[in-house]
Design a protein around this ligand. Structure first.
Ligand SMILES: [Zn+2]
Length: 304
């Protein structure tokens, strides 16, 4: 991590290093523990985030953004532990990563750089939290990109939920990396939930965890709503990069369908406003700091 030009970038980097040391944020609401865990770091070319260029032109940009975290979310729900996205694994940091994985692997290699240590991947993070991977009931994938599905291999016993549309039409996913047993439950959205999203897939019997379609970044991208009596959360995956991006409404060209992406951002804006929801995209440290107030990373031992 040496490519930092401005002092602003440097200060963010310093802060990021502090977080990296521990990398777990926990908030307890209504007795429900919610963990935001950093499963390594990723960076993209500037054009990926700031231009309307598609992936093949983005990869020509020689400049890169600063490293951003790869977040996974863990909800210790009374009906079972829920994991939202599985991050990446340490193999992503190897130089030969994605070698021999065909066109999509090559495209991913051009578009992103990873920095993931063995101690920061999701299995290690769960261990720090005293949670066994085979005790995870549900794994919800917002979409099938590497930095969201890379840790799938740790969950052969969990029910894995992926949007039906994402399975039918994945976008720059490296399918050869999926475990041989990978057979996710295709999600459709047939439950009327009203409000900004109108329909969703209610996951829990309590009705407090709902998957909603947020297409655009990929055709089958989905997000996850968690309702508690005190706070509503929206785990937004890659629907956008940050709240600033959400409110600016700028749609980078890397999104597969920019029209859908625009509609999705509008729905998210309405939902967040109507519910005073905590919006948590997958790669924004500031959002996590804001909503996991006092979120000084807690030593792992205190969770055991
Ligand atoms: Zn993505």
């Amino acid at each position: 991590m040496t490519e930092f030009g401005s002092s602003l970038q440097l200060s963010l980097h310093e802060e990021s290093k502090t977080m990296l040391r521990d990398g777990i944020f926990t908030r307890t609401v209504d007795g429900l523990k919610i963990h935001g865990v950093i499963c390594g770091w990723i960076k993209y070319r500037n054009a990926h985030v700031h231009s309307v260029l598609g992936p093949y032109l983005v990869m020509l940009d020689p400049t890169w953004i600063d490293w951003v975290p790869i977040f996974s979310w863990i909800i210790e729900h009374p009906e079972g532990i829920i994991v939202i996205d599985t991050g990446e694994t340490a193999k992503a940091s190897r130089p030969d990563y994605l070698k021999g994985t065909g066109l999509n692997g090559w495209v991913n290699r051009q578009l992103a750089r990873f920095n993931v240590s063995a101690s920061s991947d999701l299995s290690a993070r769960l261990q720090m939290l005293g949670i066994r991977t085979d005790h995870v009931r549900w794994v919800v994938l917002t979409h099938l990109h590497l930095d969201h599905a890379g840790g799938l291999g740790y969950f052969p016993k969990s029910e894995i939920l992926v949007s039906h549309k994402e399975l039918v039409k994945p976008y720059i996913a490296v399918e050869s990396f999926f475990p041989s047993w990978f057979s996710p439950k295709p999600v459709g959205y047939f439950d009327e939930i009203g409000g900004a999203f109108d329909v969703g897939h209610v996951l829990t019997e309590a009705g407090d965890v709902i998957l909603v379609p947020t297409p655009g970044h990929t055709v089958g991208h989905q997000s996850v709503i968690l309702k508690t009596s005190k706070q509503t959360f929206l785990f937004g995956g890659d629907a956008c990069f940050s709240p600033a991006h959400l409110h600016s409404g700028f749609i980078p060209g890397i999104n597969l369908d920019r029209t859908q992406a625009r509609q999705t951002l509008e729905r998210i804006r309405v939902f967040v406003k109507e519910n005073d929801a905590a919006f948590l995209p997958s790669h924004d440290l500031q959002s996590v700091r804001k909503h996991f107030l006092g979120a000084v990373p807690v030593p792992a031992a205190s969770f055991r």
